[in-house]
Design a protein around this ligand. Structure first.
Ligand code: F6R
Length: 610
């Protein structure tokens, strides 16, 4: 996710902004820029690439200015480029804006501004903010202009804004994206996270939802959205700079697990537009669909399990046949692909060599190629004609967590949109499925809130030599992903089986106390079937930990040793809380065994070799 730094004080801002942005680099970014206010003028420098590129351009340049804003961008709307990098100015360079988050209604705002004669210089959603602020700005009311602007915005954002005519002022806004104010002596700071300012001050305000802050060198005034003054408690940061990069979490993985409700919300930002599901870079309509008779998906590791879920959900709801393959197999099996195939490459990093080669093969075979990636501008994103972006924000921990659940929600939305277009759903059914997507962030929380209980169970799993995961239908996809998470993090051998397959061989391995983790969240006949399989393994002395839904409690509680109950949400999305529970289980097991959680042995975050 993007990084924001703002400075207003007695020192030249450039170095403070560059240093602050460098401290936020763990958040991931693909371009960087700063805006300085000096002599009633705004000067902006912004470039695609790492901070070194920006610093290189600034070297030897005289960039005076004791007020400034800076930004590292993680592309969401528009590829990484100089033009799309922040800060974004108004046309007359009187306003500059940096932004973290997504403006959901930017398309309608952009159309309105274009009708009013505004020319856009970038593909970003952020640029509408610069032009809107300008339209409300009469030369000396930046605070009011920002307040009027934010009333027009829908979505999640943190903003930092300066005006040429009002040097010595920064306006900061927080809505659903983090923003803090650092309080110094005759200087103040704005940042999206503590590490950016910790070397200057440990006194901060953590802005609450909807707060607008007017920051000068010697004052910080806080207001609500209607500019009524509000107060906030000054906090003392006690974390070390290193801990601060993880926002106080012990590991990036835990932080990323906890980020999932927000990540899911961000995924919607570029997909759900009012009543419609609209994939920004995938113009799915009846005409496009009429040229698709089957879908083929290829991916690796966790992304492959998301694709397995995608197969089940698309076949169930849209009734379109879907084939899936791990990308390393797909490449060499002479797959049957034709012009009426929609090929979908799923990848967090967008750089995985096998997935990239698979999509190249699909492209040369004439397929329509779509990617689902988390990194805009990545190789896979660039090489596919159509794209859906998960917008989960950067994943730093090697083990994939929030990328998985956001891939799942993208595939779910794809399934219901395919079903709507092919007439498989009534408008009422479609509305119900769509609403369920909106509820997914809450659904995710029903696992996260049980972290302590999961930690207790992890202490038992940490003693095992080998662990079985079982499930049916989408629960099996979840079992596979849970098994992968446990083995890669804890180095405990783990295997996933379709529940009904156990008795065809693997059950021979069970002995007293063998752990079996049963995922049984489907409120269909699959529940009774998995319950029977649980009875089978219990009869062989297994220790059973089950994940089920609240309404299943009375039927399952006496059959298992430990039980985790997620909320009674829709079957089609129960994979999200269930997978999060298994992420936490793997995490705590690995911590108990003192493993290197964020960087497990032998693994790399993106596998760019075959
Ligand atoms: C497991 C994990 C890997 C990746 C796989 C594909 O936690 O992270 O299995 O899912 O290497 O990577 P991407 O999604 O970047 O293509």
């Amino acid at each position: 996710m993007c990084g924001i730094v703002g400075y207003v004080g007695y020192q030249d801002a450039t170095d403070i902004l560059l240093n602050g942005l460098a401290k936020l680099d763990y958040r991931g970014y693909d371009s960087a820029g700063i805006a300085l206010v000096h002599n009633n003028q705004i000067k902006i420098d912004k470039y695609k690439g790492k901070l070194e590129v920006l610093a290189g351009h600034l070297e030897g340049e005289n960039r005076p200015g004791k007020t400034g804003i800076g930004h590292t961008r993680w592309a969401t709307h528009g590829k990484p480029s100089d033009a799309n990098a922040h800060p974004h100015p108004s046309e007359d360079m009187s306003i500059a804006v940096v932004h973290n988050g997504i403006v959901e209604n930017y398309k309608s705002l952009k159309n309105e501004l274009i009708e009013n004669g505004v020319t856009f210089a970038s593909e970003t959603d952020t640029e509408v903010i610069s032009h809107l602020v300008r339209s409300y700005f009469d030369g000396n009311n930046i605070l009011e202009a920002v307040s009027k602007t934010v009333k027009r915005l829908k979505g999640a954002y943190a903003l930092c804004i300066c005006a040429a005519n009002e040097p010595g002022k920064i306006v900061a806004v927080k809505k659903d994206n983090p923003l803090i104010i650092g309080i110094g002596e005759n200087e103040n700071f704005v940042a999206s996270d503590v590490p950016a300012i910790i070397e200057h001050t440990r006194q901060i305000y953590t802005l609450s939802q909807g707060t607008i802050a007017l920051v000068t060198a010697d004052s910080v005034e806080l207001f609500d959205e209607d500019l009524n003054p509000i107060t906030a408690q000054v906090e003392q940061v006690t974390w070390s700079a290193e801990a601060a990069t993880k926002a106080g979490y012990e590991h990036f993985m835990l932080k990323e697990i906890y980020e999932q409700p927000d990540a899911l919300q961000n995924t919607f930002g570029s997909i759900l537009d009012g009543e419609a599901i609209e994939f920004e870079d995938f113009p799915l309509d009846k005409e496009l669909l009429s040229g698709i008779s089957r879908i083929y998906m290829a991916a690796c590791g966790t992304a492959y399990y998301a694709a397995s879920y995608g197969k089940q959900i698309i076949e169930k709801i849209a009734r379109i046949p879907v084939e899936i393959d791990v990308a390393s197999e797909f490449r060499y099996k002479n797959p049957i692909i034709s012009e009426d195939t929609l090929f979908v490459a799923v990848s967090q990093s967008g750089e995985t060599a096998d997935t990239l080669e698979s999509l190249r093969l699909a492209t040369t075979s004439g397929a329509k190629v779509l990617s689902i990636t988390n990194v805009i501008g990545s190789a896979i994103d660039r090489e596919t004609r159509y794209a859906i972006h998960t917008n989960a924000g950067p994943e730093i921990a090697v083990a994939s967590t929030k990328a998985f659940t956001t891939q799942v929600i993208c595939l779910y939305l794809l399934a219901i949109e395919l079903a709507r277009l092919s007439g498989k759903l009534t408008p009422e059914e479609y509305k119900g499925y769509r609403k369920a997507a909106f509820d997914a962030p809450e659904y995710a929380k029903s696992a996260i809130t049980q972290n302590d209980a999961i930690k207790e169970i992890a202490l038992k799993i940490a003693e095992a030599q080998s662990v079985f995961f079982i499930g049916r239908g989408v629960d099996f996809c979840c079992a596979q992903e849970g098994s992968l998470k446990l083995k890669e993090l804890s180095y405990i051998h783990a295997e996933a089986y379709q529940s009904g397959e156990l008795k065809h061989g693997p059950i021979a391995l069970l002995q007293d106390g063998s752990p079996v983790i049963a995922v049984c969240t489907q409120s269909t006949e699959l529940f009774d079937k998995t319950l029977n399989n649980i009875k089978e393994v219990k009869a062989r002395g297994a220790y059973v930990f089950a994940i089920a839904k609240k309404h299943m409690e009375s039927e399952i509680i006496d059959e298992v040793d430990d039980l985790l109950l997620i909320d009674d949400g829709p079957d089609e999305l129960s994979l999200i809380p269930a997978a999060i529970a298994l992420q936490l289980l793997a995490y705590h097991t690995a911590v108990a065994l003192e493993r290197d959680v964020d960087k497990p042995r032998n693994l790399a975050k993106s596998v760019t070799v075959e």
